[in-house]
Design a binder for this molecule. Sequence first.
Ligand code: ATP
Length: 513
Amino acid sequence: MANKDDKFKKVIAHAKEYGYVFQSSEIYDGLSAVYDYAQNGVELKKNIRDYWWKAMVQMNENIVGIDAAIFMHPTTWKASGHVDAFNDPLIDNKDSKKRYRADVLIEDYCAKIEGKIEKEVKKAAKRFGDAFNKEEFLSTNSRVLGYQENIHRILSRMAKSLEQEDLADVKALIEELGIADPMTGSKNWTDVKQFNLMFGTKLGASADNAMDLYLRPETAQGIFVNFANVQKTGRLKIPFGIAQTGKAFRNEIVARQFIFRMREFEQMEMQFFIKPGTQQKWYEHWKETRMKWHLSLGMGEDNYRFHDHEKLAHYADAAADIEFKFPFGFKELEGIHSRTDFDLKAHQEHSGKKLQFFDPEENKSYVPYVLETSIGLDRMFLAVFSNALIDETLEDGSIRTVLRLPAVLAPVKAAIFPLVKKDGLPDMAREIVEELKWDFNVIYDEKDAVGKRYRRQDAAGTPFCITVDHDTLEDHSVTIRYRDTMAQKRVKINALRDIIKQEVDVKFWLMKM
Ligand code: ATP
């Protein structure tokens, strides 16, 4: 795979070819930044959601789940600050007529400087060999320090200007840095403007008394407005969490990165309600816990990093992203936010209802603080899928395309083949399908030579292939082939369930946390 763009194009093409992700309404030429999950995609997405839900809700006595509606009372969004502050700064290029997010242009500029740092590290690692100490190099090398200082200077100036709504300075920064339209190279920019990302709609039949609503831009507010109901009916004591997965909608200014940035997407969020003053401890706890969840999937420690926010959202007193190395570089995958009591207090004020917790130990009521973990399900899908897709050169020099999905997430766990389409082998294979389908998603395939069927399942991400041959009829044994190693073993049919279960079991994976 020659370069980043090629790799990303290959990911998108593969997602389509193997029934994972399709452009929405493709027969009408699609809809920008809206995608549909196909027969395999829907299973992978469901498995990721389940993996998250089990880790967050099932495994934690003090975290419960809800499923709030997408429509919410419009005052919700006034209270949350979304009506006034859920904006992105946009800028147009006058020559190309292309629209960009001003902050993203500046961040991408800094990412290029990061790239230079990475190059210096690689060069030095080569020069020093085993004696190379990356940490030390990063903190002492004068060129690297210069780059870091530059990044810091640019990002803090941007953060300050955005916070003070000084959009003229954001434009000035873009001009000073000489940032050009990435598509055309033109530097002929308009002024920077704010753009609200919420989609509006109407509730009610007649035009006169229809109510203006928004499609929720995040799932979190559904949790805040249900805080008191869940706390009371669940008799929950602080600290406790409420988790939710569901659709969110944002009218993104630029959405050109497949399912990384969509206009309709799904979030998996958890709000953890805590005693005021304990937020630092819980912030560290959830940063660490969420990183462990990611690492449990075995997608490579080097592919993750934390990024602390320079610019804090209006509700936060600390925030960090877990970034993942996507085909187009390190980008946000999940956010961990210390949201203080901003949301509950605001809803209390706007609704006139008490959103407090009576702490029996302290013998007083207070508005709890909130620690939030928020991950995009589609972004996680892209992380898993793009990381799994590999072109592997085999010993004989041929190339094998394999989708090394973590077995726990794979849409289909096993494909069962009769070696040939006769002599009773298809019946035997179908019997195995009938037995295994109670526990796993399995499929039957008899088309083409076995070698070709193996390759098809490798590319589709199926961890096991099971082949029934003539000996099977005599000894009730089959050949099981492992996707990643291509190793083959002869095993009894009645051992299949346990062999597969061991590798696809959520417990086996989550125990690594
Ligand atoms: P970004 O800076 O990339 O726009 P954000 O900081 O606005 O993201 P949050 O509001 O913190 O994102 O949302 C939490 C998570 O939801 C993100 O980490 C991301 O995984 C996911 N997410 C946000 N916007 C989108 C989108 N348009 N498409 C897909 N996933 C998204």
